[in-house]
Design a protein around this ligand. Structure first.
Ligand SMILES: *Cc1c(COP(=O)(O)O)cnc(C)c1O
Length: 376
C-alpha cells in the first residue's frame, strides 16, 4: 500500500478499470448466472441502507423492521404465518444455518443428513463445518431425488432430509410432498432448498408443492438476490418453529441485543432493505410477470434446442433453467465464448447450463440459438 492517499479521480480511474473488465447483465451475454440486474428501487434502497448494521439491531430499529417485514412477506409467499427467520447473505449461509439448527436440536452424537445427489455444494460446506455425515440420495431419470431411496438412507442418527426446489444444475423440483410424508413418518426434520425456485415457482400456473403448506417442511432457503430482483447479498432462511432458531443462539454481551442466531455478526442492512423495496415495488403480480416471462423464454430456447441436431434436452425444463446436452459441452462452452456468450457447464447431466434470467429477452436467446446451431 502506498504511503500517501490518492486523489478521488485517481481512485475512480482504478475502479473504472476494474469495472470495465466485469460482466454486465444488461448486455445480454451472461447465460450462466442465477443473478440479474436488480429492480431500480432495490438498488436505491441498497445505497440508502448500506451503512446500517443489522448485527447491532438496537441501533437500527428501522432497518430491523424492514428485515422482519421481508421475512413476513417471504412467509406469506411460502404459506407460513408468523415465520421465524432472517435475511442471510445467500443460499450458502441459509443452508449451513438450517442444518446447524437441525443438529443442535437433535440428540445424537453422530448426526447425518440425507440430501439428493443434486444438492448444492453448500451442503458439503455445512457437513464439514458441522461434523455431519452427508448421505447422497440417488436421482430418477429426470434428475429429481428418488424418495424411496432417500428413505432407505434415514436411520436413528438422521437429523434431517434435504429437498431442492429448483436445482442448481437442472432447475428440477424434488418430490417434496413425498419427502414431507417420509419426514413426518420417520420423525426427522425436512429442509427445502428453494434458493433459486422460491421466488419463481409460487408465481407459475399450476406450481409444484414444495413449501410450508406441506406439514413435514420445517425450514426453507429462498434467495431474494436471485429471482427476487434484490441486490446482493440478500438470502432468506425461514423456519416454522421459532424454537429451532433458538437452538443456535449465542449470547452477545456488548451489543444492543442479548443473543444472536445469525452466522455473520456485523452484517449490512442493504440486502434486507433492497429485498423489501423489490417486493413492495413488484407485488405478486410483478413477480408473476417476471416468472412467467422467464419460463416462457426458457421454453422458447428449449424448442430451438429440440430443432437442432447436435444438441438435445436431457430433461424438459421445470423452471427457467435449460440444460443442453452435447457430446463435449466444455468445448462448446469455450467456442460460444469466442462469440461473446458466457455459459456454464453442469456435470449431472453433462450439459451446457443456461439460466434464462430476466435480463435475457427472446431476441437475445434467438441469436444465441443461432450461434449454438452453428457451433454445435
Ligand atoms: C444459488 C443456490 C444456492 C447458493 O446460494 P448463494 O446465494 O450463492 O449462497 C444454494 N442452493 C441452490 C439450489 C441454489 O440455486
Amino acid at each position: 500500500m502506498q504511503d500517501q492517499g490518492l486523489p478521488r479521480e485517481s481512485v475512480d480511474r482504478l475502479l473504472a478499470s476494474a469495472a470495465s473488465r466485469d460482466a454486465s447483465y444488461g448486455d445480454g451475454t451472461v447465460l450462466s448466472s442465477m443473478c440479474t440486474d436488480p429492480h431500480p428501487a432495490a438498488l436505491d434502497a441498497h445505497r440508502r441502507f448500506v451503512t446500517a448494521n443489522l448485527g447491532d439491531p438496537g441501533l437500527f430499529p428501522g432497518t430491523a423492521e424492514l428485515e422482519r417485514e421481508v421475512v413476513e412477506m417471504l412467509g406469506d409467499i411460502l404459506n407460513l404465518d408468523d415465520p421465524a427467520g432472517y435475511v442471510t447473505t445467500g443460499g450458502n449461509e441459509s443452508n449451513v444455518q438450517a442444518l446447524r439448527c437441525f443438529r443442535d436440536d437433535a440428540e445424537t452424537e453422530d448426526p447425518n443428513v440425507v440430501a439428493p445427489e443434486s444438492a448444492h455444494f453448500s451442503f458439503r460446506k455445512a457437513a464439514d463445518l458441522l461434523g455431519i455425515e452427508l448421505r447422497s440420495a440417488p436421482l430418477d431419470d429426470r434428475y429429481r431425488v428418488d424418495p424411496e431411496a432417500a428413505a432407505r438412507l434415514v436411520d436413528d442418527d438422521t437429523v434431517g432430509i434435504v429437498a431442492v426446489a429448483g436445482t442448481t444444475e437442472t432447475g428440477q423440483v424434488d418430490p417434496v410432498p413425498a419427502l414431507s410424508e417420509i419426514a413426518l413418518d420417520r420423525d426427522v426434520r425436512l429442509h427445502v432448498d428453494a434458493a433459486f425456485g422460491g421466488l419463481l415457482l409460487p408465481f407459475l400456473d399450476d406450481p409444484p408443492r414444495f413449501d410450508f403448506s406441506l406439514p413435514g417442511v420445517d425450514t426453507v432457503t429462498v434467495d431474494p438476490h436471485k429471482m427476487g430482483l434484490s441486490t446482493l447479498p440478500a438470502g432468506g432462511l425461514l423456519l416454522r418453529d421459532p424454537d429451532l432458531l433458538d437452538a443456535i443462539a449465542v449470547e452477545t454481551p456488548y451489543l444492543t441485543s442479548d443473543t444472536q442466531h445469525t452466522l455473520t455478526g456485523t452484517r449490512t442492512g442493504a440486502g434486507a432493505a433492497s429485498a423489501y423495496a423489490a417486493m413492495k415495488s413488484l407485488g405478486r403480480s410483478g413477480y408473476r410477470d417476471v416468472a412467467r416471462r422467464c419460463v416462457r423464454n426458457a421454453h422458447h430456447l428449449a424448442d430451438r434446442v429440440r430443432d437442432t441436431d447436435a444438441v438435445h434436452l436431457p430433461v424438459e425444463p421445470a423452471t427457467n433453467l435449460v440444460p443442453i446436452a452435447h457430446r463435449d459441452p466444455g468445448d462448446l462452452s469455450r467456442r460460444l465464448e469466442t462469440r461473446g456468450w458466457i455459459t456454464s457447464v453442469s456435470t449431472t447431466p453433462e450439459a451446457l447450463r443456461i439460466v434464462v434470467m430476466p435480463h435475457l429477452d427472446r431476441d437475445t436467446l434467438d441469436r444465441f440459438a443461432d450461434d449454438l446451431e452453428d457451433l454445435a
